[in-house]
Design a protein. Sequence first.
Length: 266
Amino acid sequence: MTTLRCASTALLVAIFASAATAQTAVPAAAPSAVPAPPTATKPPATTTPPATAQAPATADGKPNVDGWSGEIAPTKSTKGIALDATQTKLVETVSGYFGALQNLRGAFVQIGADNKRMRGKFFVKRPGRFRFDYSLPSRQVIVSDGKSLAIQDLDLNNEDRVSLDDTPFRLLLRQDVNLLRDAQINEVQQSADVIVLGLQDKSPDTPGKIRLYMVTKPALELKEWVTTDAQGLETRVEVSNLVKTEELDLKLFQIQQLGAHRNTPN
């Protein structure tokens, strides 16, 4: 199992990675291991969340999903808290938000476990495509083409690459978002204008945890998320200036080779 070691690619480790195996890796300096702050969640129970209907199966018994990541985690791997009717409705509401999301762009601020702040712009095009461009002085790009996720350091001219199915965010960016079916729900809270949802993939191969913060006024919208990686380190990402009405160019999500002849906008 390969550890993604470039200090400037900490966003992958904390946001997308989950002890994933890299397809290609170039050694670099190790990131500082700062203990993550404690996470307040409801204690896990042994009861499974309510199940919802599975996608229609094909002849080989696999879900017939038109898009990335059609595999569904086995029910026997499900744990998490027992959801009451109100919590179930909240999870369905968040699922509906991501399920209806086609294009999204905006600005982000990443706050790492070492309290270092990094800024940039991000782009999402479901299913499975996203891009994070860091602002200078960093020259980092994280881009998914719908199959693979690449983390590129343009200054060091190196790249790490993983499969999308090895990242916990596949739950939110797949073709058919269904968190009650696919996620282990660890926390559901609601205040007057915020929903907090803690979840992780049912698959033991993607152990990263996500806590979503969704504002509800004037309309439901993603505000920030906190991720905990396999080492227990937390990273917070705050998003702003969100635009969902603009059709994003597929070229944004092409994984370009490193070197002088890149033609993807950075």
